[in-house]
Design a protein around this ligand. Structure first.
Ligand SMILES: Nc1ncnc2c1ncn2[C@@H]1O[C@H](COP(=O)(O)OP(=O)(O)OP(=O)(O)O)[C@@H](O)[C@H]1O
Length: 617
C-alpha cells in the first residue's frame, strides 16, 4: 500500500512543490539565531575555514610535488649538491600544508562542538515552543485526532530537525565554498572537466530528493499507527494500568498488536530503504564512472606532457574531493528537503489558530445575580447534541444538585459552565454577563472544580494541593487550611514527611494513596481557591466511606454557605439537601425541585430514590 499524497502535495507541480518547502530553511536559521547568535556566527566562521582550506591544501600539494621534481632535477644536475639547500623550500611547503590540515581539523572540531551544544539548546527551545502552544489549545482541539497526530509528530521528530536543517545548510555552504575553490583550479585544466563533475553527481541527487519525499509522506501517513504504538507502550509499562493488564492477562494480546503494527510499518520501511539504496548505488556508479573517465583523461594529458606531475596529483585530488563535495552538497539539499517537510509539520502545528482571549470582564453587569443558563444546547465537535435547551438559575448561597443516568450530560454541563466548551446555542450568564465576556483569569478565580477524573500528580502532597491555586502553590498554611476542609489533613500529617511526602510510584520514596485518600486530596485542591464562589464537585465522594462522606458534606455546606455550590452525585443521601435538584435525562431537564417536591411528584427522581433506599433496607 502506498501512502496517499496530501491535497497540497497532489495539486502543486513537483518542481514548485520541491522548492516551496525550502521556505522553512529561513525560519530554522532564524530559530538558531534566536537560540545563540554567537554560536551561529562561530558555525559560519568554521564553515568558511573548513570550506576554503581543502582547495588551498590541494594547491600547496601541487607545489610540493612540482617542487620535489624540480629539486630532484636540480640536485642531480648540480656539480656540488647541497641537500639542505635543495630540500628547504619543499620542506617549508610541507610545513605549510601541515598547518593547513591542522586548521581544517580545528575548524571541524569547532563545528562539531558548536553543533552538539546547539542541538541541546535548540531541542529544548523547540520542545518548549510545542508545550507552550499545547497550553493555548482548547479542549476540543485536543480531542481532534488530526491535531493530536500533528502534535505527536512534532514532538517525536521536530525537536532535532531544526538543527539538522541548519547543519545541512552550513554543510552545504562549506561544500559549495570548497566546490567553488576547486572549480577555480579545475577550470584551468578544462571547463569540460567541471561539467563532467556536475553531470556525474546529478542523478544521485534526483533520486535522493524523490525518496526523501516518499519517506516523509510515509511518516505523515502512518502517524495514527505510531500513536497507537506509543499508547500500547504506555498501557503495558505504566503502573496505573499494569494492575488490570496483569489481572486480565492482556500482555500477550497487546504485545501482539504492538508487534503487528511494527511488522506492517517495518515492511514499508524496508521497501523504501531497499529502493532508496539500490537506486543510490546504481546512480552512484555513474558518478564513479565519470570520475574514472576524468582520471584517464588527466593521466593521458600528463603523459603527453601537457601537465606536470604536480598538476596531475592536484587535479586528481581536486576531482576526487570535488566530486565528494558535490555529491555531499546534493545529498544535503535533498536532506534539507526532508527536514523542511518535517518542519512544515511543526509549523503547521505551531500555527494552529487558537481562539483569541477576548473576554475582559472582572465584574458582571448585575453583581450578585449568580449563574444563569438560558436555553443552552450543546454538541461536541462532530457529535450529536448532548444537552438540549437547558435553563436554570442559581443564586449565591444556593446549592444545586445534578442527578441522572450515566451519559445523561451532567459533566458536560459543568464543562460549559467552566468555559472549557462554548454552548452551541443559548448563553450562560454569570452576574448578568455572558461567560464569553469574562476574563479567563477572573473566571478561574471564581470557580473551584473537581472533576471525576481529577489528576493524580506525581508530586509532593502539598504541591498536589498547591496546584489548585498557583498563587499559593508553595503556601504551607493554605495547604493545611484546604486539607482540613477536604478532610485530608489527618492522613497527611500521619505520613512520614507530612506535606512534603512524594506521592505516586514514579519517583523515589513515592507513597501511593488509596482511592478515597486521592479523592480527599482532589477535594482539598478545590478548596485552595479561597475566593471562589462557585464550587463544583463532580462525584467527589464515590470512593469514600460512608462516615467520611457524611462529614465531607457537612463541611461542604459550611464552606459554601454564601457561595454557589453544584454537586453531581449518584448517591441520594448527598443530593437530598440541595436547594434545587435537576434530573437530567439524555440531555433534557425532565424534573426540577427540592427533594421533598420531587418525591411528592412521584416521577423519575422518586422512583430512583426509592430504588436506592430499598437497596439499603
Ligand atoms: N469529549 C467528548 N466528545 C464527544 N462526546 C462526549 C465527550 N464527553 C462526553 N461525551 C458524550 O456526551 C454524553 C454526556 O456525557 P457526560 O460526561 O456529560 O455524562 P454524565 O452525565 O456526566 O455521565 P456520568 O454519570 O457517567 O459521569 C455522553 O453520551 C458521552 O458519550
Amino acid at each position: 500500500m502506498s501512502p496517499p499524497p496530501s491535497p497540497s502535495e497532489s495539486t502543486s507541480s513537483p518542481v514548485s512543490g520541491f522548492f516551496g518547502v525550502f521556505r522553512y530553511s529561513r525560519r530554522a536559521l532564524g530559530l538558531v539565531w534566536e537560540t545563540s547568535r554567537w554560536m551561529m556566527l562561530g558555525l559560519a566562521l568554521c564553515t568558511l575555514v573548513a570550506g576554503v582550506l581543502p582547495a588551498v591544501a590541494a594547491w600547496v600539494g601541487q607545489l610540493i610535488v612540482d617542487g620535489v621534481v624540480s629539486a630532484m632535477d636540480a640536485h642531480q644536475a648540480a656539480s656540488n649538491p647541497n641537500l639542505l639547500t635543495s630540500i628547504t623550500p619543499v620542506l617549508k611547503l610541507v610545513a605549510i600544508e601541515a598547518l593547513i590540515i591542522g586548521l581544517i581539523a580545528l575548524a571541524q572540531r569547532g563545528l562539531s562542538a558548536q553543533q552538539s551544544l546547539l542541538r541541546a539548546l535548540l531541542g529544548q527551545k523547540v520542545n518548549v515552543m510545542i508545550l507552550e502552544k499545547a497550553g493555548t489549545l482548547s479542549l476540543s482541539q485536543f480531542e481532534d485526532s488530526e491535531l493530536y497526530d500533528q502534535l505527536t509528530r512534532a514532538r517525536r521528530e521536530a525537536s532535532t530537525r531544526p538543527l539538522a536543517l541548519v547543519n545541512k545548510t552550513f554543510g552545504l555552504l562549506q561544500n559549495a565554498i570548497s566546490l567553488g575553490s576547486f572549480g577555480v583550479l579545475l577550470v584551468q585544466f578544462s571547463p569540460w572537466a567541471l561539467l563532467i563533475l556536475v553531470a556525474g553527481a546529478l542523478p544521485v541527487f534526483v533520486s535522493e530528493a524523490k525518496f526523501s519525499g516518499d519517506a516523509f509522506r510515509l511518516f505523515r501517513w502512518r502517524s495514527p499507527q505510531t500513536r497507537m504504538q506509543i499508547y500500547l507502550e504506555t498501557v503495558l509499562a505504566r503502573e496505573d494500568s499494569i494492575k488490570e493488564v496483569k489481572l486480565f492477562g492482556l500482555e500477550g494480546l497487546f504485545l501482539k498488536r504492538y508487534r503487528d503494527i511494527f511488522t506492517q510499518l517495518f515492511a514499508e520501511d524496508r521497501r523504501l530503504t531497499l529502493r532508496r539504496e539500490s537506486w543510490g548505488f546504481l546512480l552512484g556508479l555513474l558518478g564513479t564512472l565519470t570520475f574514472y573517465l576524468a582520471y584517464g583523461w588527466v593521466v593521458i594529458e600528463t603523459i603527453a606532457g601537457a601537465l606536470t606531475l604536480g598538476q596531475m596529483t592536484m587535479y586528481l585530488m581536486v576531482f576526487k574531493q570535488g566530486q565528494a563535495a558535490l555529491s555531499a552538497s546534493l545529498t544535503a539539499i535533498s536532506g534539507m528537503y526532508e527536514d523542511n517537510l518535517y518542519l512544515s509539520n511543526l509549523y503547521e502545528y505551531l500555527e494552529q489558530p487558537v481562539e483569541a482571549e477576548s473576554g475582559t470582564l472582572t465584574q458582571g453587569a448585575l453583581p450578585g445575580d449568580g449563574l444563569r443558563f438560558e436555553n443552552v444546547s450543546f454538541s461536541y465537535p462532530g457529535g450529536a447534541a448532548v444537552l438540549h435547551d437547558i435553563s436554570l438559575h442559581l443564586s449565591p448561597g444556593q446549592s444545586l444538585a445534578l442527578v441522572g443516568e450515566n451519559g445523561s450530560g451532567k459533566t458536560t454541563l459543568i464543562k460549559l459552565l467552566t468555559r472549557l466548551y462554548q454552548p452551541t446555542q443559548g448563553r450562560i450568564l454569570l452576574d448578568g454577563s455572558d461567560l464569553r465576556d469574562w476574563s479567563a483569569q477572573a473566571l478561574r478565580e471564581r470557580t473551584g472544580v473537581i472533576f471525576q477524573d481529577f489528576v493524580r500528580y506525581q508530586l509532593q502532597v502539598g504541591e498536589n494541593l498547591g496546584v489548585g491555586d498557583t498563587h499559593a502553590f508553595n503556601d504551607q498554611e493554605r495547604w493545611q487550611n484546604a486539607a482540613r476542609h477536604g478532610m485530608a489533613d489527618e492522613f497527611i500529617t500521619r505520613m512520614t514527611s507530612g506535606y512534603k511526602t512524594q506521592l505516586g510510584r514514579w519517583f523515589k520514596n513515592g507513597q501511593e494513596l488509596s482511592g478515597g485518600q486521592w479523592q480527599k486530596i482532589a477535594l482539598s485542591r478545590a478548596y485552595m481557591r479561597e475566593n471562589a464562589d462557585i464550587i463544583v464537585l463532580d462525584e467527589p465522594t464515590a470512593a469514600m466511606d460512608a462516615a467520611a462522606e457524611a462529614e465531607i458534606f457537612t463541611r461542604f455546606r459550611e464552606h459554601s454557605r454564601d457561595k454557589m455550590a453544584i454537586l453531581i452525585s449518584h448517591r441520594f443521601s448527598t443530593v437530598r439537601s440541595a436547594d434545587l435538584i435537576l434530573v437530567i435525562d439524555q440531555g433534557h431537564i425532565i424534573e426540577r425541585g427540592t427533594h421533598e417536591e420531587l418525591l411528592a411528584v412521584g416521577g423519575h427522581y422518586a422512583k430512583l430514590f426509592q430504588l436506592q433506599a430499598a437497596g439499603y433496607k
